[in-house]
Ligand binder design. Structure first.
Ligand SMILES: [Fe+2]
Length: 308
């Protein structure tokens, strides 16, 4: 940012209201668009690093193209590696509760089954149920910071295998045939396996954050049983309520999260009401462990269909 921008940044005076003690802030009085100036964009980025997830109400003016154009101010938009983009858009992923795969009701960080998973996501609420359908985010930097020392030292040394080929039915309650199609034909159209450090160093803040969630299948070097226990212990610390913020959506809301420092969970409590949200993700970098080693994708294959 140039000196001029810095001076203007001081004048932007964004109204930032924290939503919970350790994560989440609402930014008020800002109209998100591709026309925001460098000072506002800088202010948003700084707030995102601090609060991990930002909320903006009443962004009714944004359509798909507007959302993508705004996202480009914050980084380089990238498509989901396996799920097709929404027609007529460049990178946008639609999550529709009635269309298979739209209910992300398991704790996860987006796309950790690849090495350079997205750094951030911009999610826009299009159709929201009258009741239910909130999203909860957890701060994985605060979770690391608050681990008991012995667990922190252990986590520092661990690596985990992440994959998009996981037990879908076990992670989601009440899957439908549309969900089965989504998972079998789209989500796993290419199967990835990636090794990540359980603790990565955030490239911008230098904070240590925990990298686990739904795609973490196994801790390397442990038996499956020990691995499951340990993942469960660490996940329990990540999703402790003190590390979380819950957002009650309204149509027109936009949430932006730092995908390198959070996990999230879409609460599946709205029955067959419709819920449609649209997401743009921004290209991320390959995680680095505290001893300077990089994550590695070990497998990227297209499965052979059963009937061949
Ligand atoms: Fe997600």
């Amino acid at each position: 940012m140039s000196k001029d921008d810095q001076t203007q940044f001081i004048k932007t005076n964004l109204k930032i209201e924290p939503v919970a003690g350790r994560i989440g802030a609402e930014i008020k009085g800002l109209r998100l668009s591709e026309h925001l100036g460098a000072p506002e964009v800088y202010a948003i980025r700084q707030a995102l690093l601090k609060y991990k997830v930002l909320f903006f109400r009443k962004q009714y003016h944004l359509d798909d193209a507007g959302q993508e154009a705004f996202a480009r101010l914050l980084g380089e938009p990238v498509s989901h590696p396996t799920v097709p983009i929404k027609e007529g858009t460049q990178h946008l992923l639609e999550l529709n509760s009635n269309d298979g795969g739209g209910r992300a009701d398991a704790w996860h960080t987006d796309v950790t089954f690849v090495d350079a998973y997205p750094q951030a996501a911009i999610l826009r609420a299009v159709i929201i149920p009258e009741t239910g359908g909130d999203t909860v985010w957890a701060n994985t930097a605060a979770a690391y910071e608050n681990l008991p020392e012995g667990l922190r030292d252990l986590a520092d040394r661990l690596w985990a295998l992440h994959t998009n080929e996981y037990d879908y039915a076990a992670h989601h309650k009440g899957t439908s045939s549309a969900d089965d199609y989504y998972y079998n034909e789209l989500f796993t159209s290419t199967i990835y396996e990636t090794e990540h450090p359980v603790v990565r160093v955030h490239p911008e803040t230098g904070e240590r954050t925990l990298v686990l969630g739904q795609f973490a299948k196994k801790i390397l070097g442990l038996s499956l049983e020990d691995s499951n226990h340990l993942i469960s212990v660490l996940q329990g610390h990540i999703t402790q309520l003190e590390n979380t913020v819950r957002w009650r959506w309204a149509v027109g809301d936009v949430a932006i999260w730092d995908n390198r420092a959070t996990q999230h969970y879409a609460i599946n409590d709205y029955g067959d009401q419709e819920r449609v949200v649209r997401r743009v993700t921004l290209a991320g970098d390959v995680p680095v462990s505290i001893d300077g080693r990089h994550s590695v994708t070990r497998k990227k294959v297209k499965p052979i269909p059963d009937n061949v």
